[in-house]
Write a protein that binds this ligand. Structure first.
Ligand code: NAD
Length: 282
């Protein structure tokens, strides 16, 4: 297959590979994607749940939704695609797949589900979670941000998907509070909401500017700035490979419009195949 051999050649020549992931990476773990069929924001109004204004107006409602999402993610397990990317984030496996690379690939994920972190083994580099994490909280008063795998909602707030039916208000003082010294400020999920800036953007941009090969895994490439990374790399002469169940605008059998290689199919199967990694060796 012509496209596989040219792709493998690009892997072996890349000095600064970049991996960008979206919700499709976690689909096989049972986490709903964003806009696809069954997607999260098809059944929920993003503007009433994932904005700073929504949180100010009704923090209990927003926490109920995020509490529900955290529970779904905690029950889920990393899948084969998370495992492959995690192994590539370790020096040994990175050297096999990217023998010319100066370091392990930079891995940027748009996902907030924590699964790529949970897939890591010792010595493997953590991804940059560009849209934050469901498993971190930030204080709205002192700004302290911390990992938080415990349920911060202990005060009887039921995590619920169907906010119209099951949601019940919890008094403000019973919502999760900052434990730093005597702060006591209201905690919020440390995710990047619509209309907010991306704290890691300048670090990510540096990596994108240097990358010569980008693997785009399971993202519909509709949310900017991540949606523009592949074309930015290509505009400087770099290459892009897209792994997705379906093509986006301008796609054909072998190209996804804005890519040099298009691997159509489940990323958890196509990625190890295209990289030549046996799932038994993960
Ligand atoms: P999206 O839903 O817009 O796109 C998902 C893409 O994945 C689609 O193009 C779909 O065809 C593809 N896909 C689905 N299953 C796949 C599979 N098994 N293999 C390969 N491709 C598959 O999601 P997005 O592009 O990541 O949208 C960006 C926003 O969605 C981000 O801001 C992210 O924070 C948010 N989000 C994250 C999660 C999560 O953390 N898992 C879940 C939902 C939304």
């Amino acid at each position: 297959m012509a496209q596989l051999s040219t792709f493998r050649q690009a892997l072996s020549q890349s000095r600064r590979p970049l991996i960008l992931a979206g919700a499709g990476l976690s689909a096989a773990s049972g986490i709903p994607t964003f806009r696809g069929a069954g997607g999260l924001w098809r059944s929920h109004d993003a503007m009433s749940l994932a904005t700073p204004q929504a949180f100010r107006a009704d923090p209990a409602r927003v926490w109920a939704f995020y509490h529900y999402r955290r529970e779904v993610c905690l029950k889920a397990k990393p899948n084969g695609a998370h495992d492959v990317v995690a192994r590539l984030s370790g020096r040994e496996r990175a050297k096999e797949v990217f023998p010319s690379a100066v370091d392990v690939p930079t891995f940027v994920t748009q996902n907030v589900d924590g699964l790529s972190i949970r897939a890591l083994e010792e010595g493997e580099k953590a991804p940059i979670e560009m849209h934050g994490s469901l498993f971190r909280t930030r204080c709205t008063s002192c700004g302290t941000e911390k990992p938080n795998f415990n349920s911060p909602v202990s005060a009887g707030l039921v995590g619920t998907e169907d906010l119209s039916k099951e949601y019940r208000a919890v008094p403000l003082e019973d919502l999760p509070r900052c434990q730093e010294r005597s702060c006591g400020g209201l905690l919020r999920p440390a995710v990047v909401w619509f209309g907010e800036s991306i704290p890691e953007l300048s670090r990510i941009s540096q990596h994108v500017q240097r990358a010569d090969l980008v693997l785009v895994l399971g993202t519909s490439s509709t949310v900017y700035p991540a949606a523009g990374f592949a074309s930015e790399v290509r505009s400087r002469g770099g290459k892009a490979a897209v792994f997705n169940l379906e093509g986006t605008l301008g796609s054909s059998e072998e190209s996804d419009g804005d890519s040099d290689w298009f691997f159509r199919g489940p990323v958890e199967e196509m990625l190890p195949w295209a990289l030549g990694i046996k799932s038994s060796s993960l």
